[in-house]
Design a protein around this ligand. Structure first.
Ligand code: PMP
Length: 405
């Protein structure tokens, strides 16, 4: 008898669909395509020599190799946790090693937070549009999504959610949001932290891009403001998700959660059940590299991406239709464009791939409710300036033809 897989799967997985991001990343391999689709760093900026040197040193030393290749605690490699706690403390989030859990990229942090907090019908407060990977991680637990209440709103955590459930946390990217590239102002940050505290809601801060600021004044993270408000990370209600993917190398898959100790203690149990721990070799290599890359590494990344952002902004002004609008991000990897309402970005993507060999991500992908059909996300970190300008020139041509039709 053949199995009806759909009824064999748990109800929560029946509606799960393949990630549009994964499908789109496949486009990067097609020869001749200029892709603005991925959200990926330029591999030329990976500290390859430092990674090779660190791996060789660790594996060449029998005592270090024994640690690197052995089973290890689920919390993560102690010296790396201490290093991250030190960096967080320097950035206004005073915390100790016990406040840090190492995760497989910050994506696993989002997955674990979903597992820890969400039951079907619970609400997650988000902005629209927001990071698709977070929506996917949370959606496994069948929450509802509500927009963050506007300042002055009299909504309560209990009035969100369905079937007697309530809002469990707000998910926010304060710096250089994926997909829009926009950041919260200082006033908005203060307001959000105060409102979350008034609602009794934990704040999940996704700080994936916070080190990639190219201009403008650095602003305190939500985690830093919450630590000040509450008098420390343990008495506050913020979970900060960080990653080395954007500044060192994503394939090492090393991220972290900084959170109050009772939260970390539960997350460690989830980590243990999930995959025991992150490769200690990778954690040791990352730790050595992060400590060794020196003061020039981040400025080099920032300088490269700043020039690419500026080239793309210039090309947008030159080649996109006058009726289009786009964000001017101070950091991160993305520009978000809004097209005249009659244009559908998904249809445009098909046309752009066929006519211009240019890829981007249609914006509806990032809206929990499927709206935003006339929007699109453009990545600017991967392509050198000349390639980006050529890609925007070709895409602009597609847009002009679509508007003329
Ligand atoms: N958060 C945001 C906002 C992201 O854009 C990404 C990667 N695209 C992640 C988290 C996950 O990254 P990683 O797992 O590599 O840390």
């Amino acid at each position: 008898m053949s199995i009806d897989w759909n009824t064999a799967f748990a109800p929560r997985m029946r509606q799960a669909k393949g990630s549009a991001i994964r499908e789109l990343l496949k486009l990067l391999d097609e020869p001749g395509i200029i892709s603005f689709a991925g959200g990926i760093p330029d591999p030329a900026l990976f500290p390859r020599a430092e990674i090779a040197k660190a791996a060789q040193r660790i594996l060449g030393d029998p005592a270090l190799a024994a640690i690197a290749l052995q089973y290890a605690p689920s919390e993560g490699y102690g010296p790396l946790r201490r290093f991250i706690a030190g960096e967080m403390t320097e950035r206004g989030v005073a915390c100790g090693t016990d406040n840090i859990l190492i995760t497989s990229g910050s994506q696993q942090a989002l997955d674990f937070i979903g597992r820890l907090f969400l039951a079907p019908g619970d609400a997650v407060l988000v902005v629209r549009p927001t990071y698709l990977g977070a929506l996917q991680a949370f959606s496994a637990h069948q929450p509802t999504y509500e927009l963050l209440p506007a300042p002055g709103s009299n909504r309560t955590a209990e009035s969100c959610g369905t079937g007697g459930r309530r809002a469990k946390f707000a998910y926010v990217i304060a710096d250089f949001q994926n997909p829009t590239g926009e950041s919260l102002s200082l006033g908005e940050r203060h307001d959000l932290v105060a409102r979350a505290a008034a609602l009794g809601l934990p704040l999940v801060e996704d700080a994936a891009y916070d080190r990639l600021r190219y201009d403008g004044e650095a602003l305190p993270s939500l985690a830093a403001l919450e630590c000040t408000r509450a008098g420390g990370i343990d008495s506050g209600a913020v979970l900060s998700c960080g990653t080395f993917s954007k500044t060192i190398a994503p394939a090492l898959r090393i991220g972290w959660i900084a959170a109050p100790r009772p939260v970390i203690e539960k997350l460690v149990l989830i980590k243990q059940a999930s995959d025991l721990h992150i490769s200690t070799l990778d954690q040791m290599v990352l730790h050595e590299v992060a400590a060794a890359i020196g003061p020039d590494h981040l400025p080099r990344i920032r300088g490269t991406y700043r020039a690419r952002r500026d080239a793309m902004l210039g090309a947008l002004a030159a080649f996109f239709p006058a009726a289009a609008r786009w964000t001017r991000p101070e950091g991160g990897m993305f520009i978000w464009a809004t097209l005249p309402a009659q244009l559908d970005a998904e249809a445009l993507l098909r046309r752009s791939l066929g006519e211009a060999q240019v890829a981007f991500v249609p914006g509806a992908t990032f809206h929990a409710d499927g709206s935003g059909r006339n929007t699109l996300r453009l990545n600017f970190s991967l392509n050198p300036e000349a390639v980006a300008i050529e890609g925007i020139r070709r895409l602009g041509g597609v847009l002009h033809r679509a508007l003329a039709a």
